[in-house]
Ligand binder design. Structure first.
Ligand SMILES: [Zn+2]
Length: 238
C-alpha cells in the first residue's frame, strides 16, 4: 500500500526542508523498496490489531469526526477536542486497553488534545484532520505526565513509556510519534544499554535531529513542547 506523505510537515521548518530534500527517497521508501535498517518486530502486536482502514489524508477537514468516548483505561480531556478519525479513536482505545491489561498497576493514560468535531483548522497546525492525538507518558512518581506536568530524563518511566510507544507502533498504523529530544535520548540510551534494541534498531526508531528515517514511519522524532505528552500521528493514504 502506498502511504502518503503527511499533510502537515510544515509545523517545523527543518521537517519541511527534509520533506523536500527527501521527496524522491520517500517515494521509494513508501513503496516498500527502502533498504532500511533492521526490522523491528514490535511485541504485543496481536493485542493492538486495528480494524479501521487508513483514512485518506485530509479527509477529516470539514467533516464529522467520531468522538472518543469515556473509557475505563484512559482519562480524556475536554470533549470538544476529543474527536478524530475512526482509526485514531480505535488506536488510542486499543493501546490504552493493552497498557491497562499488560500493566494493571500503572496509571491510566491521559488523552489530551485530539481534534475538533469538524476537523476544523486551528492554531496548532496539526490536530486538524483527524490524524493527530496527544497522549500522556509515564513518570516514576506514579502519575502520568500531561495536563501541564512535565517529565524529565530523571522522572520519565522509561519501561512503561517505551511499552506505550511499542504498542502504538505495533498497530502498524502510526506514522510517527513526537516527543522532546531529552526524553528521546533517555529512551534511546536505556534501550541500547539494556540490549532491548540493537544500535541499528534504535537508530531506525530514533533517527535524531537529522532527516532520514521519519518519513518511513514508526519513528520517534523531536518536537518542542513535548515534555508532558507524546504526539501520535496516524498514517493516511492519498
Ligand atoms: Zn500534539
Amino acid at each position: 500500500m502506498r502511504v502518503a506523505s503527511p499533510s502537515e510537515l510544515w509545523f517545523n521548518p527543518k521537517m519541511l526542508l527534509s520533506s523536500l530534500l527527501f521527496a524522491s527517497w520517500f517515494a521509494l521508501a513508501s513503496d516498500g523498496s527502502s533498504g532500511n535498517a533492521s526490522q523491528i518486530v514490535w511485541p504485543d502486536a496481536a493485542a493492538v490489531q486495528l480494524s479501521s482502514p487508513l483514512p485518506k489524508c485530509g479527509a477529516g477537514y470539514g467533516r464529522a469526526l467520531p468522538l472518543l468516548p469515556d473509557g475505563p483505561s484512559y482519562t480524556r480531556s475536554e470533549e470538544s477536542v476529543s474527536h478524530g478519525s475512526a482509526l485514531l479513536i480505535e488506536g488510542i482505545r486499543a493501546v490504552a486497553a493493552a497498557m491497562s491489561a499488560g500493566y494493571p498497576d500503572t496509571q491510566r493514560i491521559l488523552v489530551g488534545r485530539l481534534n475538533q468535531p469538524g476537523g476544523a483548522r486551528n492554531k496548532y497546525l496539526m490536530h486538524q484532520d483527524g490524524l493527530d492525538g496527544d497522549v500522556g507518558i509515564y513518570t516514576m512518581s506514579g502519575e502520568q505526565a500531561g495536563f501541564g506536568r512535565e517529565a524529565t530524563p530523571q522522572t520519565l518511566d522509561k519501561e512503561h513509556t517505551w511499552a506505550e510507544i511499542q504498542r502504538f507502533f505495533a498497530t502498524g498504523k502510526v506514522m510517527w510519534i513526537l516527543l522532546d529530544q531529552s526524553l528521546i535520548d533517555t529512551l534511546h540510551a536505556w534501550l541500547v544499554s539494556t540490549k532491548q534494541l540493537t544500535p541499528e534498531q534504535a537508530a531506525r526508531t530514533f533517527p535524531g535531529p537529522g532527516y532520514q528515517g521519519f518519513l518511513a514511519g514508526e519513528t520517534v522524532m523531536h518536537a518542542s513542547g513535548h515534555k508532558n505528552h507524546m504526539h501520535v500521528h496516524m498514517k493516511c493514504v492519498e
